[in-house]
Design a protein around this ligand. Structure first.
Ligand SMILES: [Zn+2]
Length: 350
């Protein structure tokens, strides 16, 4: 009897957050945020970003929260207004709601301790128990230009749990018509920065010079040397992942970078039937174009660049120089991928 009683006492505490609780978490987040932002279900101005699906809380995966978000808001991947932003599994589950019409955003971070009880108990919890952080701020760059004190509070005060730049950047570009594939790639990268935009421009440039003509035999291979944010977009856009030998990533010393200014790696259209490819060694110059400049606090600088760079999406060649164009065979490809070799020396650009 005593053992039974002890067991019964322990069980509620032992119960892990299940999918129903996670779903309810998403529902609660959407309800609270939509009320705060005064938006109705199905409002086309609403964007939702979340770490749900990536975060794992006490061994429980969090994708159920996405179901709650979708049911409550009407937002979904198919409408391009719900995205999962990549985060390591040990980071918290958070939700970010952005209203394009006003620029206002609400951020809610789940309190992991609240997720351990039963669904019934969880339903009864108030928002301040469910979420360890609820904050609201206007993140529209045009608004922030004239309200830098609010921006200071948001960015310097970590209003979104350290996710300020990541979330504000993606939201601003989404609001200005950023394409689905681009937003998706920035969500894989964690944030939207001029570096990931350079990846889009490099990709478009390569696709123009070396188009894929044979979809069953050809693919792009990237000798990413040196690496930067661009590589995450290239992985998504081209399925050029390191695990499938689509990308080999190597760093350069400062001296090496200086020796080949702007070097952005080697881009190969590889034909796996012919075992040969066409390669471009490219340089990327971030300051090739005189962009409008941001004169406010530093937190706005990259955010603003993200937006003004959108105007150049169809003119990637403005930033890119071909250093060398050459043919690649299996032996040369193997050399450029090899840890003991220097790919830029193998390619003859250094
Ligand atoms: Zn980046």
């Amino acid at each position: 009897m005593i053992v039974m009683a002890i067991l019964l006492m322990l069980i509620p505490g032992l119960a892990l957050a299940d999918n129903a609780v996670m779903q309810e978490l998403g529902t609660k987040a959407a309800k609270a945020a939509m009320q705060d932002l005064k938006v109705e279900k199905g409002d086309a101005n609403l964007l939702i970003l979340t770490s749900a699906g990536h975060a794992i809380v006490d061994g429980e995966t969090s994708q159920g929260a996405i179901k709650g978000l979708m049911n409550e808001s009407g937002n979904c991947i198919g409408d391009g207004n719900l995205f999962q932003v990549l985060r390591p599994h040990w980071k918290p589950v958070w939700f970010f709601f952005f209203d394009k019409a006003t620029g206002e955003a609400v951020y809610l971070q789940a309190n992991s301790k609240s997720l351990n009880g039963s669904l019934e108990d969880f339903k009864a919890l108030s928002d301040d128990k469910v979420f360890s952080k609820i904050s609201k701020a206007n993140v529209d760059i045009d608004y922030l230009r004239n309200h830098t004190d609010e921006g200071n509070a948001t960015f310097n005060g970590k209003a979104f749990g350290g996710n300020e730049f990541s979330l504000a950047g993606i939201a601003n570009v989404w609001a200005r018509g950023g394409s689905f594939d681009f937003i998706q790639a920035t969500c894989f990268h964690d944030h939207l920065c001029p570096g990931v935009t350079s990846g889009l421009f490099l990709a478009k440039f390569v696709e123009g010079k070396l188009p894929i003509n044979n979809i069953s035999a050809e693919s792009y291979k990237v000798i990413s040397c040196p690496n930067w944010c661009k590589d995450d977009l290239l992985q998504m856009r081209w399925d050029a992942t390191p695990g499938k030998s689509g990308m080999f990533v190597m760093a350069l010393t400062d001296a090496e970078k200086k020796a080949v200014p702007g070097i952005a790696g080697i881009y190969i259209r590889w034909n796996d039937t012919a075992k040969s490819g066409d390669a471009l060694a490219l340089a990327y110059n971030f300051s090739a174009v005189q962009l409008p400049t941001w004169t406010g606090p530093s937190w706005g600088s990259k955010l603003y660049q993200d937006i003004v760079l959108m105007d150049w999406t169809d003119k990637p060649e403005a930033f890119i120089t071909i250093l060398k164009e050459f043919k690649v065979d299996s032996a040369m490809l193997a050399q450029m991928q090899n840890a003991g070799m220097h790919p830029l020396k193998v390619a003859g650009v250094m």
